[in-house]
Design a protein around this ligand. Structure first.
Ligand code: UVW
Length: 322
């Protein structure tokens, strides 16, 4: 999927003066801004738990209504390998002493085809990924900055929901609709919550509802709504030491920057350069309804993607606890 933008600048030129965290956590770092989430941040976030209400943020894998995926990817396919029918006469069910029967299944799925964490080495330009590692380390699997180190450490901190759809009085944000860090601050203020340093930002657009409403038409002229690049926005993320950006869209930002036509600028400015971890396709609906009801927009956020060796991403079911 490409949108023709012949005059689009090269990312290396666009981001030539942008801030970088390469080397900040040493030459071998593979988790980037997640380093900001230390024991102090975990304890402070745990103190936000008062009611014990919990929310899971993963979308269903193999949803009978369809799985929204980035164009070019295919939804997960689950195959039943064994079930009770395999113990019918002539079936392939193994005979275990004592009469054990069981169900088995497998899935063929993009690791980024559902709610997921991106590895820091997932995107790049100019032949270098996060921390300056050679992009050729991605060949045949990520030798550097794969999702595995993120999965090994887990992600725990203060999450803040920024309900941009409600803030703008819309059921869903529209295709290609943009917002800035200033809009996030205004949204937070309207919600009565402050965005603090080292917060995990969780942004709701409800855009994926249109996938369920429109079917395949959802992909026509595909351009998701989201944050839009500006040097000020990138500097704000750097200054605020944001470790993790979570959204309910497929790719966390406006797909094509309306100002220059470049695709996924923030994947590069935030993830490749600052080491901000991206989490995509989160289901924020129940959480958002609850926040609108109880007015508590800051909470404990806990997530651990699967430990996939060399993976460029991995499914995850984040948990929010209030
Ligand atoms: C791309 O960056 C292409 O996809 P994702 O939405 O997984 O980040």
């Amino acid at each position: 999927m490409t949108e023709s933008a012949p005059d689009a600048p090269y990312l290396g030129d666009l981001l030539a003066d942008a801030p970088s965290n390469w080397g900040k956590w040493g030459p071998d770092d593979e988790v980037g801004a997640l380093n900001y989430l230390g024991t102090e941040e975990v304890v402070a976030a745990a103190r936000l738990v008062t009611s014990g209400k919990t929310f899971t943020l993963q979308r269903l894998i193999g949803d009978p209504k369809g799985d929204p995926v980035w164009p070019g990817r295919t939804p997960a396919e689950r195959t039943q390998v064994l079930d009770e029918g395999d113990w019918d006469e002539g079936g392939k069910g193994p005979a275990y002493p004592g009469g054990l029967h069981y169900a088995d299944d497998k899935i063929d799925a993009y690791l980024q085809g559902s709610t997921q964490y991106d590895a820091l080495g997932h995107v790049w330009y100019g032949g270098q990924i996060w921390n300056g590692y050679d992009a050729r380390t991605t060949i045949g699997g990520l030798d550097k900055a794969s999702v595995e180190p993120i999965a090994q450490r887990g992600v725990v901190g203060r999450g803040v929901l920024l309900d941009m759809a409600r803030f703008r009085g819309k059921k869903t944000l529209e295709a290609a609709e943009t917002f800035t860090h200033e809009d996030l601050l205004a949204c937070a203020e309207a919600q009565g919550v402050s965005i603090q340093k080292r917060d995990i930002l969780i942004i709701r657009t409800n855009f994926i509802q249109l996938f369920f409403d429109l079917g395949e038409k959802f992909y026509e002229g595909f351009c998701e709504p989201g944050l839009v690049y500006s040097p000020e926005l990138v500097q704000w993320f750097a200054d605020m030491e944001i470790p993790n950006l979570v959204t309910d869209t497929i790719a966390n930002e406006v797909t094509f920057d309306p100002n220059n036509g470049v695709a996924l600028v923030l994947h590069n400015a935030l993830m490749r350069n600052l080491g901000v971890t991206l989490t995509e396709i989160a289901d924020l609906e129940k959480l958002a309804d609850d926040c609108a009801e109880d007015g508590q927009y800051a909470f404990l956020y806990v997530a651990a993607p699967l430990k996939v060796a060399k993976g460029s991403g991995s499914p995850v079911n984040p948990v929010v606890i209030k």
